[in-house]
Design a binder for this molecule. Structure first.
Ligand SMILES: Nc1ncnc2c1ncn2[C@@H]1O[C@H](COP(=O)(O)OP(=O)(O)O)[C@@H](O)[C@H]1O
Ligand SMILES: [Mg+2]
Length: 258
């Protein structure tokens, strides 16, 4: 991993990067939902895991379309659980999780899959496929979603350029620094142009310079209309921004700023 990174490697967004598909939010598909209210809403949400662990307790949260929200809190406070509820990996024990007008607990079968297509996810440990190149890692999501070869081709390079990896398309993950790997994972998360991006401790394994770069990319994505929710326990990172902040402590959520 390289300790420092050339920030100029990331160009400003060109016209070619495809902004989120606004049409998706007005679709009549029940798994896509209507867009009148807040984009994301948690109402009195409690999550108790099967082993009795009380991860979230009576959480209320409204996230507006286009918001950039930090979720902070110490390790084990419930940040990842909150994101897992939003993309349907876990279900609330009590309360409602509503994403784009759709109550997640009421979704069945492929409706959840459709909803997930509206959500890009970035993890602390990147989760790239080791024996696949940068291009293949990013293209794979589109291929899995049934995009045509032509459409995959149209989206791939602008997205990789957006994260400053246009010269690394044929590299394998092990040939990249941690910061570069995280940028591949961001490209993968947004190449399908979802309106929502969830990032779970995306800078957790990165040095301050690479962390700054990742946040900058997420802010640029937010500037073109993607709603970004990012968890972190890095107080300094939060202090450096002016974005809204909520904090989770012992499963309870409080608004800190914005
Ligand atoms: N699958 C699970 N089964 C049981 N307990 C879990 C599970 N996932 C998380 N927890 C517990 O829920 C609490 C919150 O975890 P998590 O949401 O991962 O916190 P954070 O992301 O803030 O570190 C912790 O006490 C953790 O041990
Ligand atoms: Mg976590």
């Amino acid at each position: 991993m390289s300790a420092t990174t050339d920030r100029s490697a990331i160009p400003p967004f060109g016209q070619s990067f495809i902004p989120p598909d606004q049409a998706a939010s007005t679709s009549a598909d029940p798994a896509v939902g209507q867009s009148a209210g807040p984009l994301i809403e948690l109402e009195q949400v409690t999550k108790i895991y099967d082993n009795g662990c009380r991860a979230l307790l009576g959480v209320n949260l409204r996230i507006k379309r286009g918001e950039f929200l930090f979720v902070t809190g110490p390790s084990g406070s419930g940040k990842s659980t909150l994101l897992k509820l939003l993309y349907g990996e876990e279900q609330a024990t009590q309360g409602d999780v509503i994403v784009n007008g759709v109550t997640l607990t009421k979704l069945k079968g492929n409706q959840l899959a459709k909803l997930r297509r509206q959500i890009g996810i970035v993890f602390q440990d990147y989760k790239l496929i080791p024996r696949r190149t940068v291009s293949e890692n990013v293209a794979f999501v589109l291929w899995a979603q049934g995009f045509t070869r032509k459409e995959i081709h149209r989206r791939l390079l602008p997205t990789l350029r957006m994260v400053g990896l246009q010269d690394k398309t044929h590299c394998f993950p092990e040939e990249l620094s941690g910061g570069e790997q995280q940028r591949v994972s961001i490209a993968r998360a947004v190449v399908g142009t979802p309106p929502i991006l969830l990032a779970d401790e995306p800078t957790g394994n990165l040095d301050p310079d690479n962390s700054h770069q990742v946040i900058k990319i997420l802010q640029r994505l937010n500037a073109i209309g993607i709603t970004v929710i990012i968890t972190t326990h890095d107080e300094q990172l939060v202090r450096q921004s002016h974005c809204p902040v909520v904090q989770i402590r012992d499963g309870r959520l409080i608004r800190v700023r914005g």
